[in-house]
Design a binder for this molecule. Structure first.
Ligand SMILES: NC(=O)c1ccc[n+]([C@@H]2O[C@H](COP(=O)([O-])OP(=O)(O)OC[C@H]3O[C@@H](n4cnc5c(N)ncnc54)[C@H](O)[C@@H]3O)[C@@H](O)[C@H]2O)c1
Length: 401
């Protein structure tokens, strides 16, 4: 017996509405957008025609309340997420909301409460937790291949977003941190462990290039209860395309992933591509870095697969509104820290992970009397062994020829 195909109301016909529909309708998928909403009737109609969507709407509430759909996918600007969630929960629909969940933790918490009180399915559409490379790396970490994860680095940088509202914190909630830091923070949480409490943050943010009331560049450190640190770097002024990279360092191994700009696909053209190369690509001649299947590289189809499989089984997906709330709370602390220039605590009204300090050092034993600090083969062929005496704590070095 096959799975039940879902009928979707899609809110928003912008960049993310396009990527979502491309992913939902791709590869002869059974789940389809059935009703699409845009505030412009002309745009809604064009979008519906382009993607073979039977109904379009200019009224958001009516689109949500369509008796034919069971899922509402929210792809609207950030300031409209809360209202859309409220309407969709009232209609008793499953709700999938794009990132960031809210403009701040207060909004995100309200959304979490709304969906939980209504008892509806909720998924946080954090696609960058789902690229195949990330899923594989996460599985390896779960199997212990990296030991204990100590540090993660996630970077998202490009020449800036494609619509006016992103640049106005009134609508977006902030700048590069709220737009892209949300991805990087959640990637870090996934690698470090979502049940490990984020404790405090240190963040630098500045407006270096654009005449806006928000940050166009930022770097942050998120410290977790087990001692691990999730580092993020975001920029709206980075030239040359969209740079999406993650690194993970554990006690037993490391991971490096390049999702977009340098994936092994390089092309040179003297005449030009004559059109779209890849999201946020800045040139179409010379050396280009196209992406084979963008939606897949960014994790969208895998993300929807997880969402719909979870709906079928009646379980929570990998990313829920709770996760969206935690990310918003971390970002709130980042904005505070960028102002105070101090470590700021992550204030969590709701926390469902491990409690208390779980930081435990586990040293590697060399023998009964020593811990192993380091072993290395030198260029001249000698071998060095650096040990620490358990009794007394003295460091000793043995060199073998
Ligand atoms: N990787 C990702 O997950 C990803 C990528 C891009 C955007 N997003 C998120 O998706 C959402 C939309 O971003 P986008 O890139 O599609 O933006 P966009 O500007 O390309 O599209 C926004 C859509 O909302 C409509 N809209 C704008 N203002 C409106 C208003 N006041 N009332 C009703 N409709 C309005 C626009 O007409 C358009 O259809 C944002 O929350 C953004 O953060 C997520």
């Amino acid at each position: 017996m096959g799975n039940k195909p879902y009928k979707i109301t899609l809110l928003g016909t912008g960049l993310i509405g396009t990527f979502y529909t491309m992913s939902l309708h791709g590869q002869r998928k059974a789940d389809r957008v059935h009703t699409v909403y845009s505030r412009s009737g002309e745009r809604a109609q064009k979008f519906a025609e382009a993607w073979d969507i039977p109904h379009w709407q200019r009224d958001m509430a009516q689109a949500i309340q369509s008796p034919d759909t069971d899922v509402v996918v929210i792809g609207l600007p950030n300031h409209l997420h809360l209202e859309a969630v409220r309407l969709a929960a009232q209609a008793g629909k499953a709700i999938l909301c794009t990132k960031p969940l809210g403009r701040n933790a207060q909004e995100a918490l309200e959304m979490l409460k709304i969906v939980e009180e209504a008892g509806v399915f909720h998924g946080y559409l954090e696609d960058l937790a789902y690229p195949s490379k990330t899923l594989k790396a996460l599985a390896s970490i779960k199997n212990g291949a990296l030991g204990k994860v100590l540090w993660t680095r996630s970077r998202e940088a490009h020449p800036g977003p494609h619509s006016d509202w992103f640049w106005d914190p009134q609508y977006s909630g902030g700048g590069a941190i709220i737009d892209m830091g949300c991805h990087c923070i959640e990637i870090g949480r996934n690698y470090i462990g979502k049940d490990v409490r984020p404790v405090e943050v240190m963040c630098w943010a500045d407006t270096l290039v654009k005449p806006i009331e928000a940050e166009d560049n930022a770097i942050g450190l998120v410290k977790y209860a087990n001692g691990a640190v999730g580092q993020f770097e975001v920029s709206w002024t980075y030239r040359g395309g969209m740079d999406l990279r993650d690194e993970v360092a554990g006690t037993e191994g490391t991971v490096r992933v390049d999702h977009f700009l340098r994936t092994g696909f390089e092309m040179f053209t003297s005449t030009g591509e004559k059109g779209y190369v890849a999201e946020k690509a800045e040139s179409e001649t010379g050396w280009l870095f196209p992406v084979g299947d963008e939606a897949h590289a960014l994790g969208y189809p895998q993300m929807f697969e997880d969402m719909f499989n979870a709906m079928d089984k009646g379980v929570a997906p990998m990313e829920t509104f709770y996760d969206g709330y935690i990310v918003n709370a971390i970002m709130d602390a980042c904005y505070k820290s960028a102002k105070t220039k101090k470590w700021e605590p992550v204030e969590l009204v709701v926390w469902r992970g491990k409690e208390g300090a779980e930081r435990q050092e586990q040293y590697k034993e060399y023998d009964q009397d020593h811990y192993l600090i380091k072993e290395e083969l030198l260029p001249d062929g000698r071998k060095k062994l650096i040990l620490k005496e358990k009794a007394g704590g003295k460091l000793v070095q043995h060199v073998t020829e």
